[in-house]
Design a protein around this ligand. Structure first.
Ligand code: F6R
Ligand code: MG
Ligand code: MG
Length: 369
């Protein structure tokens, strides 16, 4: 039987400033989704927050890009945004960039990661949710899960993984995509995805002739770019991802392992700074220091005919304490650069922030030399 897992998110208001989503909003979202379970539209759901983003995890049998499911998400965000406005929360309604729903939430502001697949005898899935960063932040961890033998022992040891995977990579500036294969095209893949503000991994597929159907994704990442909808900076495109695990796929521990390294991502304060991504338990899913540092939570669950068994708060473990400590050292080191690159993003990446407005004022002051 096929099931669809949809993880749809939006920042519809937060407290204090851009720190976190208050319970009132999460409760309202839960009520709405509970009604959708009762009416038979969705099978199950969980509501999370990643910093100031409200995250709706839903299972159903309507496939990806379903109008009904996207409408449900949109209406849920609208309801939460209404409460956010009453409470005068910060950035109330921020990511709902269009006034009316038009069939699909893509291009309206919310971010989407969804995939339809045949539910296996046992189906472990990890939902990753990041705040204060952008889709390319997933490039390194997703690559390492599915293609780096120093991360994923199964690529070496397990004959069902040995043949590698297919990566769907998007050029988000040109709206183009390319399918590339590991291990044979690893170096070319890295040549692209190392440029993480432009090339982002969208999906990963098994290869043909393996244990799993080659046309059903095993990982998917949201790649929506908010500034493309709004025309200007309205917060970063805080991304989410869904990753299936085990039995021919990376083990859950191999899926989590890349997050033991707090790699540098762009986002953080005013979406304009490089900083470490810190894996945190749900209770620390709030951005404080310099509106950050960028964070990631991970919700692990099993599917049982579409029902969600879990979630487990995967980073709520002392095993990630060292990483968090390391992330804070890096955060401190980066912060000491103040307004200088490479803490502040390079000029090309500042195009959609408020910096150009500052530079505009200085234009007339320049003279030829
Ligand atoms: C980053 C983010 C925050 C805001 C910052 C300024 O993604 O959301 O760091 O950019 O708090 O916010 P405004 O301009 O609303 O005062
Ligand atoms: Mg916000
Ligand atoms: Mg956010």
């Amino acid at each position: 039987r096929k099931v669809t897992v949809s993880l749809i998110k939006a920042d519809v208001g937060s407290v204090a400033g851009h720190t976190t989503v208050p319970d009132e909003l999460k409760k309202a979202a839960e009520e709405n989704l509970k009604n959708a379970v009762d009416s038979g539209l969705i099978i199950d759901f969980r509501v999370f927050n990643a910093g100031d983003d409200l995250e709706l995890l839903m299972t159903h049998d309507k496939g990806v890009d379903s109008e009904e499911i996207h409408r449900l998400a949109w209406e849920t965000f609208e309801k939460a945004a209404g409460i956010a406005k009453e409470l005068k929360l910060y950035g109330a309604g921020q990511d709902l960039l269009k006034d009316a729903f038009s069939g699909n939430v893509r291009g309206l502001g919310p971010g989407v990661a969804e995939m339809e697949f045949t539910e296996r005898k046992a189906e472990p899935v990890i939902a990753f949710m990041m705040d204060k960063t952008e889709p390319g932040a997933f490039n390194m961890p997703i690559f390492r899960m599915f293609a780096d033998p120093f991360n994923t022992a199964g690529l070496v040891i397990d004959p069902t993984m040995h043949q590698g995977f297919v990566f769907e990579i998007w050029d988000i500036k040109e709206s183009k995509r390319v399918f590339m294969r590991t291990p044979e095209e690893m170096y070319d893949i890295l040549a692209l995805i190392g440029g993480k503000s432009r090339f982002v991994i969208k999906r990963v597929y098994p290869k043909e002739g393996g244990k799993l159907p080659a046309d059903e994704p095993v990982a998917v990442i949201s790649t929506e770019k908010l500034y493309e909808v709004a025309g200007e900076y309205v917060g970063k495109d805080d991304p989410v991802a869904l990753v299936r695990a085990q039995s021919g796929l990376p083990a859950v521990g191999e899926v989590l392992e890349p997050f033991a390294f707090p790699h540098l991502v762009s986002g953080w304060m005013r979406g304009s700074h490089n900083g470490p991504i810190m894996p945190v338990p749900f209770k620390y899913s709030k951005c404080t220091r310099f509106d950050g540092p960028p964070r990631c939570i991970a919700a692990g669950f099993q599917l049982a005919n579409g029902k969600i068994i879990g979630p487990v708060d995967m980073f709520d473990d002392p095993a990630f304490d060292y990483t968090r400590q390391k992330a804070m050292e890096i955060a401190e080191y980066m912060r000491r650069h103040g307004p200088f690159e490479p803490h502040r993003l390079p000029s090309e990446d500042m195009e959609y922030t408020t910096l150009p407005k500052v530079l505009e004022k200085l234009k007339g002051r320049f003279e030829e030399v």
